[in-house]
Design a protein around this ligand. Structure first.
Ligand code: NAD
Ligand code: FE2
Length: 386
């Protein structure tokens, strides 16, 4: 083998542990904020834990504003309204508080704080991020309340472009939160279906990163252990939401998935993004529907790797044992086996099949995805053919 060459990034400072939300003022000070804007979604804005986070900031002499106009699968209007709130309130940083939707929107609001160009100029294409003024990026503290997207340790935000109904990735290396508080107590209130969907997003991140063909053995190591944590703890967190050990391990798995996926994602995400953008389905749940069909499609390229993974996970058997485990986990967590379960028929397959190969995650799939193969995969996922 010739000497490999690639760029690696570790994530950020993480304060991990139950109850550590109490350290939010310290985290904000570490990040250089004096007047944070807490960005969350409308449901979380009504929850006691959010009120408490704002209260501890205020009590610590960090007057905090609240912006909660964020929809699931956030859109550009959410970002621009948040930006108005940031500027008009004189805030000097963002506490991104919530699931991936609030985290992504909050991060992009902070990123846009001092930019003069429109947000779409910073899509994750080539070196477009160099168009941004790094001094115009406000500091970010991330506080996840779901365990799935790993956006709390990521350098990007996923925002839906309404004009084209497309999920776009806005990227900048400095969009990485300066400090992340991973407090598993914040996730105990997630209802089972959200626990399942978000936890399976973490699995999809680890699995796709592990299978992506680029060279990044550190990411692979992280992905493999992330999958072990999902296997052991996601069923527990789903059955018993107050199981704090399971919640903590899933919080790690989520951060590990996003750390690993700098290596690449793949067809699960490439097929899922058009569905999320057109039908507003839950991201992780949608990924989970596609997972076995994509595994089969990629089989020839990943069989040896999946055998190694199956052995690590303690499964008896090889590729088929792993596939069976995925199918069983999906079933146990109430994930629909076909697209019909997400209320999706073939009506927009033409559009979706054109979008999937263009998605930025498509390039990481071990077997190339074309318009024809994307259509084939959508058809398999509708028919439930394994
Ligand atoms: N930045 C990234 O790298 C990345 C990676 C994967 C996904 N994403 C994006 O993240 C978004 C999905 O995020 P998500 O899966 O976390 O879902 P979400 O943020 O949309 O939240 C789903 C629902 O769960 C609720 N919720 C959140 N925390 C809760 C809690 N503790 N208790 C009860 N309810 C709670 C929310 O209010 C919401 O109704 C999508 O837009 C997706 O594209 C981003
Ligand atoms: Fe994802």
């Amino acid at each position: 083998m010739t000497s490999p060459r690639s760029n690696w990034n570790y994530p950020t400072a993480i304060r991990f542990g139950a109850g550590r939300i109490a350290e939010l003022p310290d985290a904000c000070r570490d990040a250089g904020m004096t007047r944070p804007l807490l960005v969350t979604d409308p449901f979380l804005a009504t929850q006691a834990m959010t009120g408490r986070a704002i209260a501890i900031l205020n009590e610590a002499g960090l007057p905090a504003g609240l912006f909660a106009d964020i929809k699931p699968n956030p859109v550009e209007t959410n970002v621009y309204r948040g930006l108005e709130a940031l500027r008009s309130g004189g805030h000097d940083g963002v506490v991104a508080f919530g699931g991936g939707s609030a985290l992504d929107a909050g991060k992009v609001v902070a990123f846009m704080a001092g930019q003069t160009r429109p947000m779409w100029d910073f899509e994750d294409i080539g070196d477009w991020y160099t168009r941004a003024d790094p001094k115009g990026i406000a500091p970010i503290v991330a506080v996840p309340t779901t365990a799935g997207t790993g956006s709390e340790v990521g350098r990007a935000g996923v925002i839906t472009q309404e004009a084209t109904h497309t999920k776009k990735v806005i990227f900048h290396p400095l969009m990485m939160p300066k400090v992340t508080i991973c407090d598993p107590e914040l996730t105990v209130g997630m209802p089972p279906h959200i626990t399942a969907g978000t936890g399976l997003d973490a699995l999809a991140h680890c699995l796709e990163a592990y299978c992506a063909p680029s060279y990044h053995p550190m990411a692979e190591g992280i992905a493999v252990e992330g999958m072990r944590l999902v296997k052991e703890y996601l069923p527990r967190a789903y059955r018993e939401g107050a199981d704090i050990e399971a919640r903590a391990q899933m919080m790690s798995a989520a951060a590990m998935g996003a750390t690993a996926f700098q290596k690449g994602l793949g067809a699960i995400h490439a097929l899922s993004h058009p569905v999320g953008a057109l039908y507003d389905t839950h991201h992780g749940l949608t990924n989970a529907v596609f997972m076995p069909y994509v595994l089969i499609y990629n089989r020839s390229a990943i069989e040896t790797k999946i055998e190694r993974l199956a052995a690590y996970l303690g499964l008896t058997g090889r590729f088929d044992a792993f596939l069976e485990w995925v199918l069983g986990l999906r079933r146990d967590l109430g994930v629909p086996h076909t697209l019909e379960g997400l209320k999706i028929g073939p009506e927009r397959f033409d559009e979706m099949s054109a979008m999937a190969p263009e998605d930025p995650t498509a390039g990481g799939n071990p077997v190339p995805i074309t318009q024809d193969t994307a259509r084939h995969l959508y058809e398999e996922a509708l028919a439930g053919r394994i």
